[in-house]
Design a binder for this molecule. Structure first.
Ligand code: NI
Length: 196
């Protein structure tokens, strides 16, 4: 698991439903550190393991997006979300869909429980931006993207831009940059057998 990079839509790992992690070793801790760095480099505020081509139930968040604000860094391992309350609509983007923005309606408040990197339980009620980012990243580990949650008309307006991503992926595969679906599946299965 060296040299992680953020994979773009429509890479198939983005549609993979991640399994729970059973062990956290030094290598996985390094992966999570690297996920923060990739997120900061891309000017994001959240990143899920699927987005770095890993089939694991983990995501990282720093809603400030500021690498100097380490105390704002949050790691969610095997997260569970429940008790959704209210409704809020706001614009979202995604590091796997650079340049694409859309309005997404989500519960305004959620309860989340998870484990952090030290194995401690994380358990709290989130609202505002943090609730939105947690839900966006949680979707990722289920294989769901924010474009799946757009209204039909909003989604249709993005058709051409999304088609351009599909063509780019075809080209990247033709150059050998990304594996074919079968090899990607095999690779994910190896990682799952190690951590899940
Ligand atoms: Ni995203």
């Amino acid at each position: 698991m060296t040299a992680l990079e953020i994979i773009p839509y429509p890479h198939p790992t983005l549609r993979h439903k991640s399994k729970s992690i059973k062990r956290v070793d030094k290598e996985l801790k390094n992966v999570i550190r690297e996920m923060f760095e990739l997120m900061y480099d891309a000017r994001g505020i959240g990143l899920a393991a699927n987005q770095v081509d890993l089939p694991l139930r983990v995501f990282v968040i720093n809603t400030t997006g500021d690498p100097d604000q380490k105390d704002e860094e949050r790691v969610f391992i095997n997260p569970v979300i429940d008790s959704p309350k209210g409704k809020s609509e706001a614009e979202e983007g995604c590091l796997s869909l650079p340049g694409i923005l859309g309005m997404v309606a989500r519960p305004a408040q959620i309860h989340v429980s998870a484990y952090d990197l030290s194995g401690n339980t994380v358990d709290f009620v989130a609202d505002g931006l943090l609730a939105r980012v947690i839900q966006h990243e949680y979707d990722h580990i289920l294989g769901v993207l924010f474009i799946d949650r757009l209204s039909e008309s909003a989604r249709r307006q993005l058709d051409q831009e999304l088609e351009a991503f599909v063509l780019d992926m075809d080209n990247l595969r033709a150059t050998g940059k990304f594996l074919d679906d079968e090899k990607i599946g095999q690779r994910l299965a190896v990682i799952e057998s190690k951590y899940c």
